[in-house]
Design a protein around this ligand. Structure first.
Ligand code: HQG
Length: 188
């Protein structure tokens, strides 16, 4: 099986909501790293271990990570994408980005982005993609009229901007000033 069933997509969305945005809707609190013990999570969401494993293993973007702590407790967290209102520090090490990263956004945002730069909005970080197709997909979540911006990431890093790479390959940084942005392509 390589794609999720409808029920699994629904569960994946619920897991994203709980692990990134609103843990309290399941009666949960995340630890400082964003982790919840797997057993607690299963009970709170009233799902089986097999249901959880299927979503984690086959999630198209590896949104969730499961790991066993030094205390032997198995925990789950979202790899990235947390709301700012959820106080989480993923503790990702700084990393050297590739020369260019990409960001897809609805065209209607362009004027404001070129004036103010890319801002994290409701999230902890600005999210950047490693290639144009991924950026088109991210922007396409919100609009059919997508602009892909190039980000001079290595130049930014050389200038002191800190980058992190999430467990699922999304590049994160605090802000991208307009001078590091240019329009790569538009779709359509
Ligand atoms: C825009 C998905 C106007 C920004 C994806 C974006 C990603 C501005 C929106 C992850 C702006 C924020 C994140 C400015 C930024 N003026 N608009 N100055 N600065 N924006 O959802 O990057 O499917 O918070 O361009 O794959 O779209 O959830 O960020 O359009 O990794 O796993 O403000 O969400 O992952 O939107 O997406 P978001 P995003 P999942």
């Amino acid at each position: 099986m390589t794609t999720l069933t409808k029920d699994q997509v629904r569960l994946s969305r619920r897991m994203s909501l709980v692990l990134r945005h609103r843990p309290e809707t399941a009666g949960l609190t995340l630890d400082t790293g964003g982790w919840v013990p797997v057993d607690t999570f299963l009970t709170a969401l009233r799902i089986s271990r097999a249901e959880l494993d299927a979503v984690v293993a086959f999630n198209d973007k590896s949104r969730f990570a499961v790991a066993t702590g030094a205390d032997g407790v198995e925990r789950i967290r979202a790899s990235q994408g947390h709301s700012r209102r959820v106080e989480v520090d993923l503790d990702l090490p700084p990393a050297d980005p590739p020369p260019t990263l990409y960001h897809g956004t609805p065209r209607e945002n362009l004027t404001s982005i070129m004036r103010d730069g890319l801002r994290p909005r409701s999230r902890h970080h600005v999210h950047l993609s490693v290639d144009v197709p991924t950026a088109l997909k991210v922007g396409g979540r919100r609009s059919a009229d997508v602009v892909v911006l190039s980000v001079t990431a290595a130049t930014m890093a050389a200038g002191g901007h800190v980058f992190h790479c999430s467990d699922n390959g999304v590049w994160l940084t605090s802000v991208v000033p307009p001078e590091h942005l240019s329009v790569k392509r538009t779709n359509p």
